[in-house]
Design a protein around this ligand. Sequence first.
Ligand code: AMP
Length: 592
Amino acid sequence: MPHDTPLIATIVAGLGLAFVFGALANRFRIPPLVGYLVAGVLVGPNTPGFVADAGLANELAEIGVILLMFGVGLHFSLKDLLSVRAIAVPGAIVQIGFATALGAGLAWMLGWSMGAGLVFGLALSVASTVVLLRALQERRMIETERGRIAVGWLIVEDLAMVLALVLLPALAGVLGGQEQADAHASGLLSLPASYGIWGVVGVTLAKVAAFVIVMLVVGRRVIPWILHYVAHTGSRELFRLAVLAIALGVAFGAAKLFGVSLALGAFFAGMIMSESELSHRAAEESLPLRDAFSVLFFVSVGMLFDPFSLLSNGLPILATLAIIIIGKSLAAFVIVIAFGYPLATALVISASLAQIGEFSFILAELGVGLKLLPEQGRDLILAGAILSIVLNPLMFLVIDWMKPWLEARAARKAPAMEAKPIGPATEPGQVVSVAAAAKGGDGPPPRTELTNHAILIGYGRVGNLVGAALKKAALPFLVIEDADKTLAKLKADGIETVSGNAANAEVFAAANPEGARRLILAIPNAFEAGQIVLRARAANPGINVIARAHSDAEVEHLKGLGADTVIMGEREIARGIVEEVLGSEVEQTSGY
Ligand code: AMP
């Protein structure tokens, strides 16, 4: 190599191996994130061979966190956030308290100091943003009520950790560690230890509040203005750049100037952008980068992991894991149920929070640095994080499996339950979330009863017009659609739906392609459409397939895979324009 390029090496090795092992994991029907973690272990210092730069990998992963939280913010309004505070605030606080107590208990059994117990417990109490958001996104739950509660809960945890990170150095002396005035330098406005505990808490909260106010007052005006300005330049490149610069800039500024976490800063940047009509475009602009960087998050976690520590620390690791996935879940479950939410909500929240990640590592590092936490504590936290992340998809399977059983028990115990209006569960937002619950984030979607029907895929600009025509002609059909908002509209219109990505085998099978007469592909992505055509032909050689395309190459591609008719959008638009022009010429000439 001509010169040293650790950043490039880290990105290439990280993304390359993550891709290989992610694909492999997928092949064996294991969640791809397990593959990403394995890739991380391989490029990490604990296995022989190439070693990537852990510090760089970590920072790259932070970018992933920023973009993820930014994306979530784009789907949130301040109103959404405030609407879940009644459950998210007490829920997160009680759960943090409970998990911290359990962690401190384990620390006590291991003979550690009280300070060690506190740090250890706190580290076990915060869930990972990346793991939670990806789990919710995969199940299309972010925009349901359950998703909003989980995200709100996460934000409260995030705030609590911001506090913990500034408080620990100030308290280290009292807790039996090493007092360090500037151990956590939170940027320009870092706090001298002489403020005292309440002073530190006060100043930290004041800084968070100042950030929120600045965003609501200044950001709210400036950010949409920038976006509109850039949109008018007509340069797509500049628009993408603007979105990225705002997301990263606000997050970084929040962290450096206000001592708020990067994730929280990005969330606010997204939330402010969501108030402008351009937000959807903005969200899409940041998608590919977001996915790539969040993969690097898992790689960087894998890098920290020493597989041999599993052998020497067996029992304590099991206990740590039990606190994370059983202790925390139980606490969350009980709280959510106590607030009168439905069982399904409680289960989803428990499962999504039953893991730990980036914040726990930061806390562990800080604890070790302050001589509060023994090195063994950090190893336990790391092992607990890896294992709980790997097991997290399993948790969702477990709740799918437990739900019917718990429901049956609940029904037996309290048959009159349903009639009782139960607090927050009867808010208007609930209608949507019931629809969302029925649409099967959990388990395969139920199979349709229709036969001799048309399967319409996509209900956007094209699909909704086709659907309206089919309905008018009283032809039997159903729609496969994967956008929550569109699904809600379809339900309201009383049109049968299968929810999910039609390229997914289970989802597609639920539409009964064997018994269908016609398949209408009204989605813009020709790659996905091609996969679906193949699948449909395999299931039903006689089915009539009509597809949508946007270029001649796509027409070829889809016909090659077996579509009977392919309508090229741009050609039809041109036809409409030509008709309009020539028609008006005719009118004008005949008018004279
Ligand atoms: P439009 O381009 O406006 O016609 O919108 C396309 C619609 O198809 C959107 O509502 C998407 O949510 C939906 N869609 C796109 N891809 C898929 C897919 N693979 N499965 C199900 N729905 C899809």
